[in-house]
Design a binder for this molecule. Structure first.
Ligand SMILES: NC(=O)c1ccc[n+]([C@@H]2O[C@H](COP(=O)([O-])OP(=O)(O)OC[C@H]3O[C@@H](n4cnc5c(N)ncnc54)[C@H](O)[C@@H]3O)[C@@H](O)[C@H]2O)c1
Length: 268
């Protein structure tokens, strides 16, 4: 059971201030790790404050950095060493998406502006690559570490555009293709680095959540959950175990894999 224990580990979580950043942080803190959270925003926000309230103080540090900036990531690595020590776990979670909502801007597929696609690829794919270069490179030089790249269901399957037909958007809302493209790239990068850094003692895997419950409208929820064998969206508690598995020695012979936490969505 000591394989669950992350005491003495220093975990870096990017995009820590969002919905799932709080889930990963709480999981890692509870397992005993110190957590260095990185986000391009600086305001901690109520979600993370709630997580930290129940924890022993001094085991969480928040750093401001943009994952698209190699310099800011390098500065974060230096600060991480000063505050907590050498990073041994990296959770590449920072990402941007366009959630389905009536208020979201919409385009015909042919008219999606290049800037929209490149912004998503810049953060979700190249930002993960940059964080792996900076933090993962340090782990590889020291001969130990584990990287969990956060992918998505949509890296492997297409979004079903019928989920959005009820939205009053004109043209009809479609999920930007760059999101799934970026997440497929994340899974490919995990495999690439697993091969490169296996001999150096660094494991690299992808954790791909399915739809996570969080403010979606009722019609979307009904259509989406009808496709999920477990009959519901993911909740935070559904994601903690898979992260702990991939971040700890529980998965010591697992690398280059994608763990789909999707309630069975992709088995149909
Ligand atoms: N929530 C879901 O339903 C879901 C499902 C599958 C996968 N995911 C993936 O999980 C991850 C987290 O999702 P979330 O729902 O918590 O998103 P979120 O929007 O709530 O949070 C994302 C966080 O990343 C930060 N961020 C964005 N760009 C950044 C940058 N360039 N540098 C540093 N920080 C940056 C934001 O400030 C924010 O705090 C994402 O990679 C997302 O694609 C989420």
């Amino acid at each position: 059971m000591s394989q669950f224990d992350l005491a003495g580990e220093v975990a870096v979580v990017t995009g820590v201030l969002g919905q799932l950043g709080a889930v990963w942080t709480e999981t890692l803190l509870r397992a005993g790790a110190q957590v260095v959270g990185v986000d391009r925003r600086a305001d901690a926000g109520p979600r993370l404050a709630g997580v930290l309230a129940g924890q022993e103080p001094g085991r969480f540090h928040l750093l401001r950095a943009d994952v698209t900036s190699h310099d800011e990531l390098t500065a974060s690595l230096c600060r991480c060493r000063e505050l907590a020590g050498e990073p041994t776990v990296l959770v590449n979670n920072a990402g941007i998406d366009q959630p389905p909502s009536a208020a979201a801007e919409s385009w015909e597929f042919e008219g999606i502006p290049r800037e929209i696609s490149s912004a998503v690829l810049e953060v979700n794919a190249l930002g993960v690559l940059a964080a792996c270069q900076v933090f993962g490179g340090s782990m590889a030089r020291r001969g130990r570490g584990t990287i969990v790249n956060i992918g998505s269901l949509y890296g492997g399957v297409a979004p079903d555009h019928r989920y959005y037909e009820h939205l009053p958007s004109d043209p009809p809302f479609i999920k930007p293709p760059a999101y799934g493209m970026s997440k497929a790239a994340v899974a490919a990068l995990s495999r690439y680095l697993a091969a490169l850094w296996g001999p150096a003692g660094v494991r690299v895997n992808t954790l791909s959540p399915g739809g996570v419950l969080g403010g979606q409208d009722g019609q979307f929820l009904a259509k989406f959950t009808a496709r999920v064998p477990l009959g519901r969206m993911a909740e935070p508690a559904d994601l903690s175990g898979p992260l702990l598995f991939l971040a700890s020695d529980l998965s010591q012979y697992v690398t280059g894999q994608e763990l789909l936490v999707d309630g069975g969505y992709t088995c149909l």
